[in-house]
Design a protein around this ligand. Structure first.
Ligand code: BGC
Length: 861
């Protein structure tokens, strides 16, 4: 293993940000020694910088050390301070009559010894603060003329100009901005006395304001502008942020050092979302399919998990060719689930229990049985819904023809995803555009760059696309008015066609966002997109991480073939390539991917997650799923014991925003080879394995329904079975269930009272993440590479002085690993599964893990 990787803690993830909607509240304050001007902070200490002195305190306010200028002739008037790469840089706020105004003094914060003086080469003007950009420094200078002072010592801020100067790494001046007069006049009463620089924005304090002024500048031109303010609990002068995201400031009136933490009013920040596939959760009327009344009867159970919201796969009137994703009426609940009134009752009952209700919005396509599509098929193309879909008389390319032929020659063309077009015998035209299966015609949101030679390519503001956008708002408001709190948006990026950079799709969702915010403030939109940079920019609150083939995260759960019998990171034999499929058949040699080691999988995941984590910081959330209705569950292949599932559950529930799929909390198993129901299995992809009925108890159909077993939506398989597919499972049952992989049953009933069960492990993890800000979505995440390679998986979560190390061993082997030293204080294991040990050392720490074990360690720094 790369020696550097083995000892370095990677810090690339934890981008701190200050989203505009946040405010900060004081959590602690203590008197600083003198009228402090500047403040700096690192993970252990806070530094009060004033006049000719620097005082060092612990975060609890205990005085530690002080540096003072011994040359009494020298007046420095330190104003700003910042710690960068282990050095403390202090800037001078002097006046033209005092020399040295344009330099900074550098100290070693460990013992406060003076390291060097750096000249900034600005002739006039006093430097109120310096901050660090990506590869540069910015310093703020004000040039006061003498009339700017009164004899009373109060500063009138009559600066004749204020400018922000950019310096390179060597403090050579490389550019900058003079604050436009109008802008300066606006903030004149506040001065520009302290600053944080985060994500390309300046956050400036002002003397008489309890606000941070957000100053943004475009990378070109001279136009600086205020873009907002953030409430802070001190009348600001100097300001600093420690590595946990706490703000430190000086209150100008009381001269106290104040520590402040973000008040995050976003309920998603500490949320866990529970996903329900409604046809298989709980059946109240014995028809073999789940329904809303069934869900209501189980809300107390869902609440007992500690989750914050439930999202449902589509519950609207459907042709049931794609599990409800082929909608016939967006405004009506499918009769199998109940009525629209039942949704209102469900919303009320969720809210009563402190949970939100999220439905599934399928904006990209309808069923081909939808009355809108039926009308658009007609020869008369001037009717209300004629342009709700995309019809063409020829196919645009040879590739499209080939794909269409391929689809038409398959066993079940209507449930096929190949290509973009489907042939039709409608009088309207020969072909319609589809979005997923051929039976799911695309709704027409227009083309980003319509080609005039293709009559079907309408612009986004043509009457058809405009009407469809209006319809989307109607659907959203219809359900919001019934008490629904948000939508998960199916295939969110698929709306505008020919939109390579997604700019038109982004504009469409931004329009929806603005409309939702003004009409339904606080309601949320979650995208099925898989690209937080695009999706959060488009206005979604949450983007879902997808475990599709192209995603690095998928190899944590599954092999290349979307199955799991090896070939992924979370596997008992530690990432060894998959050689058999779930039917026991040997893969062809060409199908075995042995080019990917566990280390590569881990690194790719870390890189992807770090990128998503920093992109979403302050902008929204990146949701990790245990699984969903499109993929196999954790419990698949040989990953089928409570111990191994506890490891995976700990992983997902300690990430940014987890989505827990129903039944994963008890370890329900995905078997291959289950019957295909309502389009669940298609094009070689098996989705039935994750859509089986929820297993409540040991009564028939596991308490899901009192129907005859053959009428149940799909069969149940509640035992801890070593069988990987349904045929083998039936065989195994007929033989009396020999050698189960664990004791008990995979039901709520059997696990509810067992303190060691996966169900209670899941509840404890959710409770821990709720009560500890380090695990919240805005807590920081950082991978730690152990000396011993890919296993165990180690990462840190931290925020607001809370620090945790999470250590996961998904393999069946005992592991001992050395990891970079994490704390000078103490380490306490707060949750664990298996035999584990954590020993703090001097330069490195040692972890001991039995096979399939987990520990969550709280560090007291
Ligand atoms: C849903 C699938 C569905 C498809 C088409 C997906 O992303 O999760 O279950 O088949 O969209 O609507």
């Amino acid at each position: 293993m790369n020696a550097r990787l083995s000892t370095v803690i990677f810090l690339f993830a934890a981008a701190i940000s200050l989203p505009a909607q946040r405010s900060y509240q004081a959590v602690y304050s203590f008197p600083a020694q003198d009228a402090t001007q500047g403040v700096a902070a690192d993970s252990g200490y806070v530094y009060a910088i004033s006049g000719n002195a620097i005082s060092k305190y612990t975060h609890d306010g205990d005085f530690v050390d002080r540096w003072e200028e011994t040359d009494k002739e020298l007046i420095r008037h330190f104003d700003g301070g910042i710690i960068i790469d282990g050095l403390l840089y202090c800037s001078h706020s002097n006046f033209p009559q005092v020399p040295m105004a344009s330099s900074i003094e550098v100290f070693d914060p460990r013992d406060l010894h003076h390291v060097k003086t750096v000249s900034l080469g600005i002739e006039y003007g006093s430097c109120t603060w310096i901050v660090r950009g990506d590869d540069c420094w910015y310093a703020c200078f004000a040039n006061y003329d003498k009339s700017g002072w009164t004899s009373g010592g109060e500063i009138l801020h009559d600066a004749t100009w204020t400018q922000i100067v950019r310096f390179d790494d060597q403090f050579r001046r490389t550019g900058g901005w003079i604050l436009p007069r109008a802008l300066f006049d606006e903030i004149r009463p506040h001065s520009l006395s302290g600053c944080l620089f985060i994500d390309g924005r300046f956050y400036c304090t002002g003397h008489d304001a309890t606000k941070l002024f957000v100053l943004e500048f475009p990378p070109y031109g001279m136009t600086l502008r205020w873009t907002g303010t953030i409430d802070i609990p001190f009348r600001g002068q100097g300001i600093a942020m420690d590595p946990y995201g706490n703000l430190w400031g000086i209150d100008r009136k009381t001269h106290k050092l104040v520590k402040a933490q973000a008040v995050n009013s976003d309920w998603l920040n500490d949320a866990v979302i529970y996903q329900i596939y409604p046809s298989s959760f709980k059946d109240s009327d014995a028809d073999g399919k789940g329904d809303i009344k069934g869900v209501v009867s189980k809300l107390d159970y869902i609440q007992s998990l500690g989750v914050s919201a439930i999202w449902f796969n589509p519950i609207f009137e459907s042709s049931w060719v794609d599990g409800g994703y082929d909608i016939k009426d967006y405004y009506k609940v499918d009769s199998r689930f109940g009525t629209n009134t039942d949704v209102a009752v469900l919303a009320e009952q969720c809210h009563k229990r402190g949970m939100k209700l999220i439905l599934d919005l399928v904006p990209g396509h309808t069923s081909m049985d939808h009355p809108w599509f039926r009308q658009s098929m007609e020869a008369d193309a001037n009717q209300k819904y004629s342009d709700y879909y995309i019809w063409a008389d020829r196919l645009p390319s040879r590739k499209d023809s080939l794909l269409l032929e391929k689809m038409l020659s398959s066993d079940n063309p209507l449930q096929n995803t190949a290509g973009k077009w489907m042939r039709s015998d409608a009088p309207r035209a020969q072909y319609y555009m589809k979005n997923y299966f051929a039976c799911q015609p695309s709704l027409n949101y227009g083309y980003a760059h319509p080609d005039p030679s293709r009559a079907w390519e309408q612009g986004i503001d043509a009457p058809g696309p405009k009407a469809v956008r209006g319809e989307l708002k109607n659907i959203i408001s219809f359900w919001f008015d019934k008490g629904v709190d948000g939508f998960r948006v199916d295939m969110a990026k698929s709306l505008v066609k020919g939109d390579k950079d997604y700019s038109a799709t982004t504009a469409l969702w931004q329009e929806m966002r603005q409309w939702v915010d003004s009409n339904y403030p606080g309601r949320i939109l979650i995208s099925e997109w898989g690209n937080p940079a695009l999706s959060l920019n488009a206005g979604f609150n949450v983007d879902m991480c997808l475990n599709q083939r192209s995603f690095p995260i998928r190899r944590m759960y599954f092999d290349e073939k979307h199955q799991a019998d090896g070939g992924c990171y979370f596997y008992p034999d530690g990432g060894a390539p998959s050689v058999r499929n779930l039917y026991g058949k040997q893969w062809e040699k060409s199908e075995i991917d042995d080019s990917t080691s566990a280390m590569k999988m881990l690194k790719r995941y870390y890189e992807h997650y770090a990128m998503a984590d920093s992109i979403s910081a302050g902008k929204g959330h990146y949701a990790m799923i245990t699984t969903n209705h499109d993929h196999f569950r954790f419990n698949t292949g040989r990953r089928n014991s409570p111990a191994s599932l506890k490891v995976m559950m700990a992983w997902i529930l300690t990430q940014q925003l987890p989505i827990l799929y129903y039944g994963d909390e008890i370890g329900m198993r995905s078997l291959a080879g289950l019957p295909s129901v309502e389009g669940s299995n298609h094009n070689g992809k098996e989705r039935s394995g994750s859509r089986t009925p929820m297993q409540w108890d040991s009564t028939p159909n596991c308490g899901f329904s009192s129907c005859a077993p053959e009428s149940a939506y799909l069969p149940v398989c509640p035992e801890w079975t070593p069988a990987n597919n349904y045929a083998d499972y039936l065989d195994w049952k007929a033989k009396g269930c020999p050698n189960p992989t664990s004791g008990g049953l995979i039901t709520v009933e059997s696990q509810d009272k067992d303190p060691e069960s996966l169900l209670n492990w899941t509840r404890k993890l959710i409770a821990l993440r709720k009560s500890s800000p380090a695990f919240h979505s805005d807590g920081f995440w950082e991978p730690v590479y152990p000396d011993t390679g890919a296993y165990p998986m180690v990462y840190r979560r931290y925020r607001s002085d809370e620090n945790y190390v999470i250590v996961l061993n998904p393999t069946s082997k005992n592991l001992k690993a050395e990891i970079p030293h994490q704390s000078c204080g103490s380490a306490q294991i707060v949750m664990s599964s298996g035999k584990v040990g954590y020993r703090l050392g001097k330069t490195s720490d040692v972890v001991n893990m039995s096979g399939m074990s987990v520990m969550i360690v709280k560090l007291n720094m």
